[in-house]
Design a protein around this ligand. Structure first.
Ligand SMILES: [Zn+2]
Length: 236
């Protein structure tokens, strides 16, 4: 069993290897897919995700969706991420179309999705009202409120990934998240932020009166449900 699983990180700069924990590594655009996949192939404690982040929808050109489908089929342990909607950016129609295409791909190929959401809860809720999605949906960098937790939990198999437990607001959010749906993340380059993750896990465990290993189990649940070849991610 891993000491922790970083439920949302990236590969933005060269990393030699990552030890001690498990990592869910999100790509953000077609140009970083192969890099993330290659690293995950060499490090069995890394679960890869491929996707187009809402900030980079302009990179979704040509046959990107077909390429993504081919990669997902060829890589049974890959999930879909980082995808989402960001209403702080203005190209929302384009974001919406790229997001929905990726949700459909994930549904067809049975993969969990890792979602970035900024001021777009109503839009995302509307999507899940129209299309039933039964695989895990990880809302990363979550700092919403109890109402959003309830709304999304009613609509999909929602997981909420947090990066700190330092403020009263975050403590309340953490209390509102079901104990089997809370995750912890760095949102940083892989391996950076381990100390903060361990600290946040301890805080969450205390706030929710759960064990730290439960949080790790939750991440394993996402990985298991969202990948076809679960053996690829070594459980130790
Ligand atoms: Zn991210």
């Amino acid at each position: 069993m891993y000491k922790f699983i970083d439920a949302h990180c990236h590969l933005t700069a060269p990393v030699q290897s990552v030890e001690n924990g498990g990592y869910i590594c999100n790509a953000t655009r077609p140009s970083d897919w192969s890099c993330v996949l290659k690293f995950a192939e060499q490090n069995k404690n890394v679960a890869p995700c491929v996707g187009v982040h809402p900030w980079y929808v302009a990179s979704a050109i040509g046959n990107w969706a077909q390429d993504m489908r081919d990669i997902l089929i060829a890589t049974p342990n890959a999930m879909v991420g980082e995808i989402g909607l960001d209403c702080a950016r203005d190209n929302i129609a384009m974001q919406m179309s790229v997001f929905i295409t990726q949700i459909e791909l994930a549904a067809q190929l049975h993969r969990a999705i890792h979602v970035h959401c900024v001021r777009a809860w109503d839009k995302i809720a509307q999507i899940f009202r129209t299309q039933k999605f039964t695989l895990p949906v990880v809302f990363h960098g979550f700092h919403g409120n109890a109402q959003i937790v309830k709304m999304m939990s009613d609509l999909c198999d929602a997981y909420f990934s947090v990066s700190n437990a330092d403020t009263d607001k975050m403590r309340n959010v953490i209390l509102a998240i079901p104990r089997d749906k809370i995750l912890v993340e760095s949102d940083k380059n892989m391996g950076i932020g381990t100390r903060a993750i361990i600290r946040t896990m301890a805080q969450i465990a205390q706030i929710k009166s759960i064990s730290e290993s439960e949080i790790t189990q939750n991440a394993l649940q996402v990985i298991k449900n969202g990948q076809i070849g679960t053996d690829a991610f070594i459980i130790r």
